[in-house]
Design a binder for this molecule. Structure first.
Ligand code: RUQ
Ligand code: CUA
Ligand code: CA
Length: 651
């Protein structure tokens, strides 16, 4: 039996990784190359998890009591949870059902999507922003994290946010229509990565919804925008940005030492934490790994807001955003400090807060440890009650190689993804604290399960809320070779759903994810209430009736107002002149749930849909003379194919 198998055998004490100390820089560089697939061999796929009956633990007992105990969702049944997932460099957000793993929606955000017409319709371009030529300002993005709005420490279903690491934007998705409704560009920052909204707002008890979203800047970036100074890393810093959740305007930015990577906010609204792996402010790998310790930085939000009010800020370059000084040098006195830099082992990744609000867990990445930092002690440091920020650390258990992200079950256990070990490790927080205090008998690590392969993010059902229910852990694996039918060079990603209700973790199933999701949240289905039909009045330009429909010309600007009622457009023909700027406005008059119409215009590269009672529009130049069919692209009726008309462009 191999060493690894022993670790997952039910009746054996999980092996502690104590023999494996910090990885040297050289070792990690090696792993980053040829060694990446290290655990991904065929043998791995044949191991224990496949032999376990879904929904049963290793002893064969039923693991979950509930509608979908086996993890199977039968035809016609609905899932218990929404998984709101990022889509990585596809630029989109996806929704999966849990436990089935079925994909239920792809929400275009930073990408262009012809299925719905995102980046094609005037309405979506207004949200994305346009260049002077009328094209979208950006066509791509890189979403890593999705988080929902909170009321009293749990999801209220109103909004979801996602980040764009590539073009540094924060996008908001409305929870009712599950569509992006606002995008804010963040100035002065590159590599906007971690993001987390307030879990409540204690500063204003009257506001019972989320009021702020905290955004990190992973890449250190120069403060000067031109001249030779852009090369000099002495001019580099990273900023944390605070965005107002309702207006989506930027409230403030905070200049920090090192970099701001992932983010977690506290349940009392007092703290936002960011892990930093580049406290060295390096621009090459070797430099970024030179320090033995980096940090977990805590922002004292109340004090930062007070500094803003008191006018203690500067602005940078062309941006009007107030930038407050959160650097170590400017915040040496805890009693007035805006920031607390807690040293944690080498290049940490991921910071998450326990559902009881007591502890932040910062995963080690290059260190086989997770650092547990007490929320209460961070506040104590800010009150001047501790000498060193490091005194806020209450545990630092060794849990395995390459710890990245941690989910919680609400029963005091943490589940951390181990990238290098290709495992998820279950460990107990109280036991870790006892061990740190000197209890050598404390059994910190409770279980390990192999995942296939190299997990990045992992997250539990409702685990980012006070209502963490300890049912599922979803492992977002970065490599999947041999798990699915091969489809050419690029493999689909593997997500593995794990039942965490029992003492042992049980793998329920694999599901695919189009590359490349990072983080997600698992939201109980009753938290989300979507609308299936728009209200026509939501669209000021709706084509409400036959009187409003038709063709209107103003100079060379032509507006074509169309209604769609299955299986007809209100006009079968319209005529414009070559060189006209044509705007087509289409309102879907059908009120039947799921009855969308599409509008495709031959040879003009126009393609979008309108959902029931929705209005959308496109504007283009009629630069080609001739006859062009427009047709309904979305199957709506037995006579859907006949739902079409002609655009005549006169020379
Ligand atoms: S990151 S695999 Cu983009 Cu959230 Cu950690
Ligand atoms: Cu209307 Cu298809
Ligand atoms: Ca470092």
């Amino acid at each position: 039996m191999s060493d690894k198998q022993q670790q997952t055998t039910a009746d054996e004490t999980p092996a502690e990784p104590g023999r494996r100390k910090f990885l040297g820089s050289a070792a990690v560089v090696g792993l980053a190359g040829a060694g990446l697939g290290l655990a991904a061999c065929n043998k791995e796929a044949d191991k224990a998890p496949a032999a376990v009956v879904p929904g049963k633990d290793a002893a064969g007992k039923t693991a979950v009591a509930g509608a979908h105990a086996s993890g199977e969702v039968k035809p016609g049944q609905l899932d218990d949870y929404y998984i709101m997932s990022s889509g990585g460099h596809s630029g989109e957000v996806r929704i999966y059902g849990a436990p089935s793993g079925r994909t239920i929606k792809r929400i275009p955000v930073f990408n262009i999507d012809p299925m719905v017409g995102w980046g094609i319709t005037n309405e979506s371009k207004k949200i994305i922003g346009v260049k002077p030529d009328g094209n979208p300002k950006y066509r791509t993005g890189d979403t890593h994290h999705v988080h929902g709005s909170y009321t009293d420490g749990t999801y209220d279903g109103k909004y979801f946010w996602t980040n764009d690491k590539l073009n540094n934007r924060l996008a908001r998705i409305r929870g009712d229509y599950m569509e992006c409704d606002k995008i804010t560009e963040i100035p002065n920052v590159q590599g906007f990565h971690g993001m987390f909204p307030d879990k409540c707002d204690p500063l204003d008890a009257k506001i019972n919804h989320t009021t702020r979203v905290f955004c990190g800047g992973e890449f250190n970036t120069p403060f000067v925008t031109r001249g030779p100074g852009v090369r000099d890393i002495k001019n580099y810093a990273s900023l944390a940005t605070c965005v107002d959740a309702e207006t989506m305007e930027i409230r403030w930015q905070l200049k920090l030492d090192g970099n701001m990577d992932l983010c977690a906010t506290s349940y009392d609204g007092k703290l936002a934490a960011f892990n930093q792996y580049n406290s060295e402010n390096g621009v090459i790998l070797g430099d970024m790994m030179s320090a033995e310790r980096d940090g977990c930085v805590f922002l004292n939000i109340e004090r930062i807001e007070a500094a803003l009010k008191a006018g203690k800020f500067v602005t940078l370059g062309d941006s009007k955003v107030p930038v407050i000084d959160g650097t170590k040098a400017a915040n040496a006195d805890p009693k007035t400090a805006l920031t607390c830099y807690v040293p944690v082992p080498k290049n940490p990744h991921g910071v998450n807060i326990t559902p009881d609000g007591k502890y932040f867990v910062c995963a080690g990445k290059l260190s086989p440890t997770a650092t547990v930092i007490a929320h209460e002690l961070v506040l104590k440091w800010f009150d001047g009650g501790l000498k060193e920020p490091r005194e806020t650390v209450v545990a630092e258990p060794e849990i395995g190689l390459g710890p990245l992200h941690t989910g919680f079950d609400g029963h005091g256990n943490a589940y951390t993804s181990l990238f290098l070990d290709s495992q998820v490790v279950k460990w107990n927080i109280d036991k870790a604290i006892a061990q740190f205090k000197g209890d050598k008998q404390a059994q910190v690590v409770l279980d390990r399960i192999d995942v296939h392969y190299q997990p990045g993010h992992g997250y539990t059902s409702m685990g980012e809320t006070r209502e963490a229910d300890g049912r599922y852990f979803n492992s977002g694996n970065k490599f999947s070779k041999d798990r699915f039918l091969p489809v050419g060079p690029l493999h689909v990603e593997a997500e593995q759903l794990i039942d965490i209700t029992g003492a042992k973790m049980v793998l329920l199933h694999d599901h695919t994810a189009y590359p490349e999701p990072h983080d997600a949240i698992i939201v109980r289905r009753d938290k989300i209430k979507t609308k299936q039909i728009y209200t026509m009045d939501e669209f000021p330009h709706a084509v409400k009736d036959a009187n409003a429909a038709g063709v209107e010309r103003k100079g060379n600007k032509v507006t074509v107002r169309l209604m769609g009622v299955a299986p007809n457009f209100s006009m079968n023909e319209f005529t414009v002149k070559k060189g006209d700027e044509v705007t087509i406005i289409l309102t879907n008059h059908d009120k039947v749930e799921d009855l969308a119409h599409g509008f495709g215009l031959e040879q003009y590269d126009i393609n979008f849909i309108v959902n029931p009672q929705q209005t959308a529009s496109v504007t283009f130049k009629a630069d080609k003379p001739g006859m062009f069919w427009y047709y309904c692209t979305h199957f709506c009726h037995a006579l859907h194919l006949e739902m079409r008309g002609r655009m005549i462009v006169e020379a």
